[in-house]
Design a protein around this ligand. Structure first.
Ligand code: TXA
Ligand code: MG
Length: 356
């Protein structure tokens, strides 16, 4: 299959005809797949109500079919068609955070095929704010099932070139709307529990949610390393976002301690003949003696760090490093979500730098 790639203006609004969106609509109507830019990461979209399209999504990604897809909508009426028992709190959250990087889980209606929901009786729903995604859904009238548009297990794509790298020849079309703003996936909140429960952290934090609806809890499976407590979002249990090189996160209470610890490990690996990379903040970058140092951004600018994270992991792959040592990027807001992704990318390998 030839994959068509078309650029679309990321500010598109209104009703002026757009050839690329029209072509995408035709493909979706026939059950085909189109990769679309969203404000979080690129999504691999198909008609959410067409079980064949959902099957093709799992196949193109190489994704286990028990891992449910998020349905993307462009108006609240569509939500009522696919979800039931919608609590008052959900309407409050929608008012504040939709369109935007927030996904909510509800009980599903009959309309949603179980292929789309990985066999679950619940459905995850989000209204994207990226104009290309939003306009495609609004204009086509098709609700879009869309997981991140990466091959399963690889870092999520944050621009069209990443999607091409993974899925060229496997999908019908890629809409290129430039780089994604947030760079990490949406916050997922389970609205079927009495207290809304965060199943995946994202740009919308617990504090931001609690300001709107009061108490919000975090899925115990997210923080636990115990095998008995499983995350509620099926996707969170898989090793995800992993670069090809083996990655370690190095924590510590002084920049000098972290730099010294990383440089020592870099030297050891290099002595064993390995190519070694470091994922660094701008301020520390020049202090590392690795083969490949990638600057992720300024420590104070969490949005810069989140929007560069997956790109950096892919870049290490492209440069063929065997080992990656990363600084840790804890912070108040996005820091949780960034560390959640980073720790998974590192397969939970976290090292404490000795204090100096
Ligand atoms: O930002 C995002 O959410 C991106 C863009 C494309 O919208 N999408 C995305 O989809 O990250 P995906 O498929 O890569 O991740 C969806 C996550 C998975 O961990 C999945 O298990 C979980 O959501 N999920 C989906 N439906 C669920 C449900 N009914 N119950 C629990 N977890 C669900
Ligand atoms: Mg994904």
């Amino acid at each position: 299959m030839d994959t068509i790639i078309e650029k679309v203006d990321s500010h598109i609004t209104g009703n002026e005809p757009n050839a690329a969106l029209d072509a995408a609509t035709e493909i979706l109507k026939k059950g085909g797949l189109v990769a679309i830019p969203t404000e979080t990461v690129y999504g691999l979209a198909g008609d959410a109500l067409n079980p064949d399209a959902a099957r093709k999504i799992y196949e193109a990604k190489g994704r286990p079919s028990d891992n449910p897809l998020i349905v993307h909508i462009a108006n609240e009426e569509d939500l009522k068609k696919i979800a039931k028992d919608i609590p008052e709190a959900a309407y409050k959250l929608m008012d504040v955070f939709w369109p935007g990087p927030m996904t909510m889980i509800f009980n599903k209606t009959e309309l949603v095929p179980s292929t789309t929901t990985g066999g679950l009786e619940t459905v995850a729903v989000r209204m994207p704010s990226h104009h290309v995604a939003y306009e495609l859904i609004r204009r086509s009238g098709i609700m879009l099932a869309a997981p991140s548009a990466n091959t399963s297990g690889r870092p999520s794509p944050t621009d069209a070139a990443h999607v091409k790298e993974d899925l060229d020849g496997k999908i019908d079309m890629i809409l290129d709307g430039g780089a994604c703003h947030y760079g990490i996936e949406s916050t997922i909140i389970d609205m079927t529990s009495d207290i809304p429960t965060i199943l995946r952290p994202g740009y919308i934090t617990r504090d931001m949610l609690e300001e709107v609806v009061g108490k919000v809890q975090v899925d115990p499976g997210l923080e636990s390393t115990s095998l008995n407590i499983r995350p509620k979002a099926p996707g969170m249990k898989y090793t995800h976002y992993a670069p090809k090189g083996i990655m370690y996160i190095v924590e510590g209470n002084s920049a000098n301690g972290i730099i010294r610890c990383i440089n020592r490990m870099v030297k050891e690996r290099q002595a064993a003949g390995c190519k070694v990379g470091v994922l660094a903040t701008r301020r520390n970058a020049s202090a590392y003696e690795a083969d490949e140092v990638i600057v992720i951004g300024d420590r104070e600018d969490e949005l810069m760090i989140s929007s560069n994270l997956y790109r950096a992991l892919r870049e290490f792959d492209a440069r063929g490093v065997d080992y990656i040592y990363s600084e840790s990027f804890e912070g108040d807001g996005l820091g949780d979500a960034i560390m959640n992704r980073l720790i998974k990318a590192a397969g939970h390998r976290v090292i404490q730098a000795p204090t100096i």
